[in-house]
Design a protein around this ligand. Structure first.
Ligand code: NFE
Ligand code: MG
Length: 560
């Protein structure tokens, strides 16, 4: 008889995600359901608002990907009004977004995901001298790697445990047989976990230099940016670059080496294709330099067919809700969609009604197909389209860690792709900065395009589509009588955490979980690894808030 496991909520993510899986007598996952468990309705709140205000409201969709909803929303309105922005405004937007990519990726790996691979309790058995030597196997100048420093990291961890609690390290599956790092390797990782706390704080400051504050920045307006004084202040530019250089150093000497360590320790999981999805990947590309080269290439891969990369065509995007808690079930283009909730409750035993509606997340499809979006999609598409930016970084990493391109389409590979992307974003942010300094040198100080609101069309449509840390983000706005008539956001986590559709096709999380073999169904670490590797953000995925104050904090792992 098949058994059901419910993980609710999945922790160390943003928002409320529930995963249900059905396993057979050999503990192999036969079916999976990913369910977004909150409802907000920001798209509904935006109705009838002044389009120029949309950005400030839309950015409240999420506090993790801090500026991207703001940016996509402002861009959608600019697109509707046919307003183009000055070069420097575009660059300042890029500097902030790329700093966010780097911050997001570092926080995701170390603070939200690494403990699925790193057993904190085992780090306590480490010999700091040996750990210091071991780190040199992964980088000749390993980050903060003196034996004395590692000893102090170990002391910190010991004091957590002595206090009778693991504090922020409570609630792990410590001792699970699928933890494979040695005590020394665990200690190296924990060293970087603590260092990453500082780096991510500094990156928040870098974002705030141009964006005013974080998480919810204030520097974008329809037509440009307000960061005029910052753009012209060499001290501010220097502060920004100093932090990015610091982060780059961390990525080179800690993050990428840790990925190489994971690849070595978890080579069986890679060979076993743990966490592999259907092989549909989508990237829209973007972030263009003055020489017309783009940081990311756009493209679509179907079923791991690496030989036929299709061009990305945004008109092929639809969303449907046949398995989601909304009224309208037919696949529609974003601006024809509605957001009318239709909740159908759970079964009496507390499980999802898995043959009906089971998620607040809609099902976005590209040409009718589910798509994985995010760093893995971008790195694969960039590599296959011979990107001069992405391919060399991918190649170098593959040579050094002895993996093949197809190995990336796994849980571990998804993480490696994200680390490579962090390196690329951090490196190329300096190219954007140089372009801006060059412009300013020749007295191009424009940061806003003047326009008269009265002269703008009363009715129009627009969209802003961007690569953001977790994948492709689209904001779509329909304006009528100078007010917002319809607003839809199709968001990275909506793509990845999508439920099934009317044809029964699974979403990417679901597809990547099916086939996993669990070593201990009461402690489903393998499932968490797969889900976390996508970097879920449920607040983004459903852009909705629970107005009834339902209890959201109970943790259960249940075998039915
Ligand atoms: Ni709330 Fe987000 C990103 C957006 S969604 S984090 O990146 O947009 O997955
Ligand atoms: Mg939406």
């Amino acid at each position: 008889m098949n058994k059901k496991i419910i993980i609710d909520p999945v922790t160390r993510i943003e928002g409320h995600l529930r995963i249900e899986v059905e396993i057979d007598e050999n503990n192999v996952v036969k079916e999976a359901w990913a369910s977004g468990q909150l409802f907000r309705g920001i798209e509904t709140i935006l109705k009838d608002k002044d389009p120029r205000d949309a950005g400030l409201i839309a950015q409240r969709i999420c506090g993790v990907c801090t500026n991207v909803h703001y940016r996509a929303s402002i861009s959608a309105v600019e697109d509707a009004y046919n307003i183009s922005i000055p070069k420097n405004a575009e660059i300042i937007r890029n500097l902030v977004t790329l700093a966010l990519f780097v911050q997001d990726h570092i926080v995701h790996y170390y603070h939200l995901h690494s403990l699925d691979f790193v057993d904190v309790t085992k780090a306590l058995e480490a010999d700091p001298q040996k750990a210091s030597l071991r780190a040199l196997d992964f980088h000749e100048k390993a980050y903060r790697n003196s034996a004395g420093h590692l000893e102090s990291v170990k002391d910190k961890l010991v004091s957590f445990v002595k206090a009778g609690r693991l504090g922020l390290f409570a609630n792990g599956y410590w001792g699970h047989e699928k933890y494979k790092l040695t005590p020394e390797e665990n200690l190296i990782h924990m060293n970087h976990y603590l260092e990453a706390l500082r780096i991510q704080r500094e990156l928040s400051k870098a974002i705030a230099i141009f964006a005013g504050k974080t998480p919810h920045p204030q520097n974008l307006v329809v037509g440009g940016v307000t960061s005029v004084a910052d753009m012209l202040n060499p001290q501010r530019l220097n502060d920004f670059m100093f932090i990015m250089k610091d982060a780059y150093d961390f990525i080179e000497r800690a993050y990428l080496p840790d990925m190489k360590m994971l690849i070595l320790a978890y080579k069986d999981e890679i060979a076993n294709r743990d966490g592999r999805g259907s092989g549909n990947f989508m990237a829209c590309g973007g972030y263009e330099f003055a020489n017309n080269q783009k940081l990311f290439e756009g493209g679509v891969i179907i079923g791991h067919d690496y030989k036929n990369i299709k061009e990305f065509d945004e008109t092929k995007i639809t969303e449907e809700a046949s398995r989601s808690w909304y009224e309208d079930e037919t696949p529609k283009k974003p601006l024809d969609e509605s957001t009318v909730p239709k909740y159908t409750d759970l079964n009496e035993d507390g499980s999802l009604k898995t043959d009906g509606k089971y998620s607040w997340i809609k099902a976005p499809r590209y040409d009718g197909k589910p798509m994985e979006v995010g760093p893995l999609a971008r790195m694969l598409v960039g590599y296959l389209k011979e990107s001069k930016i992405i391919k060399p970084h991918m190649q170098k990493f593959m040579e050094e860690s002895k993996i093949e391109l197809d190995d990336f389409s796994t849980t571990i590979g998804r993480n490696a792709a994200r680390a490579i992307e962090a390196e690329i974003c951090c490196k190329y942010v300096f190219d954007f900065m140089s372009e801006m300094i060059e412009n300013i040198k020749y007295y191009d100080e424009e940061s806003w395009t003047k326009y008269s609101f009265e002269a703008l069309p009363l009715s129009s449509e627009g969209r802003g589509i961007f690569e953001v840390p977790r994948g492709v983000l689209g904001h779509f706005v329909k304006i009528d009588n100078a007010k917002i008539k319809n607003y839809q956001a199709v968001v990275p986590t909506t793509w990845n955490a999508s439920p099934k559709d009317s044809k029964g096709a699974r979403g990417p999380y679901e597809e990547s979980i099916v086939g996993l073999k669990l070593s201990d169904p009461k402690n489903p670490l393998e499932v968490l690894r797969v889900v976390h590797s996508f970097d879920p953000c449920l607040a983004c995925a459903v852009h909705v808030i629970d107005a009834k104050g339902k209890e959201l904090s109970k943790y259960k792992t249940k075998l039915l």
